[in-house]
Design a protein around this ligand. Structure first.
Ligand code: NAD
Length: 245
C-alpha cells in the first residue's frame, strides 16, 4: 500500500514537466486512478498506465470542465498545475495577453474548484493543490510582471478557498517553485530575447546552484495530496533551493 492508496486524483498540465512527474509519483504511491488533463494529446498518450484516464481538455473550457466533473464525481485530490509563462515587459503587453494569462493561470483554478468541490465536500473532504511560483508576491522577476501577478492571485485564491472550506474537510495549499528544469523552461531559456534569464541569476547567486527537478516538486505535491499533510491548509509551500533568500 502506498501513500495515496485509495485516492482518486486529477492533475492538469499532466503531459509534461511538473504535472507529468506528479502523475507518475501519484501512480507510484498507489493512487486508484489519476485523471490526466492536458491540451497536448500526443504527449498525454505517453502516460500508458491502466490507472490513468487521459483527457484532452483546455483548462479555459468551462463546459468541458463541467463534463469532466460529471464523469469523475469521486476526486479526492485536485492538482491545478496548468499555467503559462508570459515573458514580456509590462509596456509591451497587450490586453489579450493579460487576459489570457489570467484565464489559463487563475480562472482555470476557479473553474476546476467550483466544479469539483461540491462532490469533494459531500464525500467528506479532499486536498486541493494550486500551482503558483516564487515569481509571485514572493519575488519580482524581470519580464514576469503579468506572470507574477497571476501567480500572486493564485496564493490569494488558495487562502480564501482554504478559509471557506476548512470545516468541510477540504485542505487547499499552494506550491511556489523557483525555476524548474521542465520542457517549457528549456524552450524559454533558448529565447534570444530573454536576456535576463532567471536561471542565470539563480546560478550566479550560488545557492543550491542548479535548477529544481520536476520530481522534486512532485514529491512536495505528493506530500500535500496524502494524509501526511493533514494539518496543512491555506499554507504556502516555497520550494526554491534558496532562491528567495
Ligand atoms: P510546462 O510548461 O513544460 O508544461 C505545461 C503543460 O501544460 C504542457 O503539457 C501544456 O500542454 C499544458 N497546458 C498549457 N496550456 C494549457 C491549457 N490551456 N489547458 C490544458 N493544458 C495546458 O510545465 P512546467 O514548467 O512544469 O509548469 C507547470 C506549472 O508550474 C505552471 O503553472 C508553471 O507556471 C509552474 N511553474 C513552473 C516553473 C518552471 O520553472 N518550470 C517554476 C514555477 C512554477
Amino acid at each position: 500500500t502506498g501513500r495515496l492508496s485509495g485516492k482518486h486524483c486529477l492533475v492538469t498540465a499532466a503531459a509534461q514537466g511538473i504535472g507529468r512527474a506528479t502523475v507518475e509519483a501519484f501512480l507510484r504511491e498507489g493512487a486508484v486512478l489519476v485523471v490526466a488533463v492536458d491540451i497536448n494529446a500526443q504527449k498525454l498518450n505517453e502516460l500508458t498506465s491502466d490507472r490513468v484516464v487521459r483527457r484532452v481538455l483546455d483548462v479555459r473550457d468551462g463546459e468541458g470542465i463541467k463534463a469532466l466533473a460529471r464523469d469523475h464525481p469521486d476526486i479526492d485530490v485536485l492538482f491545478n498545475c496548468a499555467g503559462i509563462v508570459h515573458q514580456r515587459p509590462l509596456l509591451e503587453t497587450t490586453d489579450q495577453e493579460w487576459n489570457n494569462s489570467f484565464d489559463v493561470n487563475v480562472k482555470s483554478m476557479f473553474l476546476f474548484c467550483r466544479e469539483f468541490l461540491p462532490k469533494m465536500i459531500s464525500r467528506g473532504g479532499g486536498s486541493i493543490i494550486n500551482m503558483s511560483s516564487a515569481a509571485s508576491s514572493l519575488r519580482g522577476i524581470d519580464r514576469r510582471c503579468v506572470y507574477g501577478a497571476t501567480k500572486a492571485a493564485v496564493i490569494g485564491l488558495t487562502k480564501g478557498l482554504a478559509m471557506e472550506h476548512v470545516r468541510d474537510g477540504i485542505r487547499c495549499n499552494v506550491v511556489c517553485p523557483s525555476p524548474v528544469a521542465s520542457p517549457s523552461f528549456g524552450s524559454r531559456s533558448t529565447d534570444p530575447e530573454d536576456s535576463d534569464l532567471e536561471h542565470i541569476s539563480f546560478m550566479e547567486n550560488k545557492r543550491i546552484g542548479r535548477l529544481a527537478k520536476p520530481e522534486e516538486v512532485a514529491n512536495l505535491c505528493l506530500y500535500l495530496a496524502s494524509d501526511e499533510s493533514s494539518y496543512h491548509t491555506g499554507n504556502v509551500f516555497v520550494i526554491d533551493g534558496g532562491f528567495t533568500l
